[in-house]
Design a protein around this ligand. Structure first.
Ligand SMILES: NC(=O)c1ccc[n+]([C@@H]2O[C@H](COP(=O)([O-])OP(=O)(O)OC[C@H]3O[C@@H](n4cnc5c(N)ncnc54)[C@H](O)[C@@H]3O)[C@@H](O)[C@H]2O)c1
Length: 268
């Protein structure tokens, strides 16, 4: 369990914007060495400039999470600059909502490639060295509340995020007894460029609803740090509509079990 952050090192994918950038700022303020990876050079440059106002112990890399070899090169660079990695945030993600039949084959595959295989690549590249270093470490996989409850028509996106919750649960089992832990971040609505673009497309009433639900990326950054400190596995970002959805999912599943295997029936 990680208790000390000062001087420790974190790598955040999709770290040049939104949630990843919120996490990067929080880590930098706690004295960590921060490396952000992203595919957008302009965002990287801008984010790096802002992070340098907090610390000099930061650098950015253009890396696509679907490219495992490129991630190996990032791992080598981090080792040579800061030594062993302590925190890996597999945060990069792309959108891909819509009905199952409406999403093209290419889009299905690319969404899964970034949102699910991206974190697998991160884990395969960085975890062996994290374990070998013997230092306390933590992996945070950014899923979504769409990976906890199947609301709306989120098909490709939601399926990738459900898979990431599953991957994180199995990784938690694998890591038992090691100094490395894992959490899965399940935000519902966070005020980032993705949500900004969505607000532009919807009617004023829906926009108002989104604004009421939205949490800031800076708050999510603090929630992530606190979850690492307390070794909290599921990281939720609010407890309002999400609580109702979680209750509904659990109730629906338990009701199905009850119908099929009524309590007490095994005694009859
Ligand atoms: N904003 C929300 O409401 C919300 C809710 C639930 C989950 N999420 C998840 O949070 C994560 C961050 O989203 P955000 O809202 O901050 O979005 P964002 O667009 O602000 O940031 C995502 C960053 O990831 C980068 N990226 C995309 N594909 C990449 C790739 N292949 N390799 C490396 N970087 C890549 C983008 O360039 C971008 O800078 C995503 O995984 C997203 O699914 C966001």
């Amino acid at each position: 369990m990680m208790q000390e952050f000062n001087g420790k090192t974190a790598f955040i994918t999709g770290g040049a914007s939104g949630i990843g950038f919120g996490i990067a700022k929080t880590f930098a303020r706690r004295g960590m060495n921060v490396v952000i990876g992203d595919v957008q050079d302009d965002r990287l440059k801008h984010a790096e400039g802002l992070l340098k106002e907090i610390t000099n112990n930061i650098f950015s890399v253009n890396v696509d999470v679907t490219d495992r070899e490129a991630l190996h090169a990032v791992s080598d660079k981090i080792k040579s600059v800061y030594g062993p990695l302590n925190v890996l945030c597999n945060n990069a993600g792309r959108t891909g909502g819509g009905k199952v039949l409406d999403i093209s084959e290419d889009r299905w595959r690319h969404v899964e490639e970034v949102n699910f295989w991206g974190p697998i690549n991160g884990i395969k590249v960085f975890l062996p060295d994290m374990l070998e270093s013997g230092e306390s470490g933590h992996i945070v996989n950014t899923s979504s509340f769409s990976g906890i409850h199947g609301h709306g028509n989120q098909s490709a996106y939601g399926a990738s995020k459900f898979a990431l919750v599953g991957l994180s649960e199995f990784l938690r089992n694998d890591l038992e007894g090691t100094p490395v832990s894992v959490s899965v971040l399940c935000p519902h609505v966070v005020d980032t460029p993705v949500i900004g673009a969505l607000k532009e497309r919807v009617n004023p009433k829906v926009r108002e609803m989104i604004e009421a639900m939205a949490v800031s990326a800076d708050v999510v950054g603090q929630q992530v740090l606190s979850a690492i400190e307390n070794d909290e596995f599921y990281i939720f970002c609010d407890g309002t509509d999400t609580r109702k959805m979680l209750e509904k999912r659990c109730d629906t599943m338990l009701a199905a079990m009850e119908r099929q295997f009524p309590r007490g029936s095994e005694d009859e």
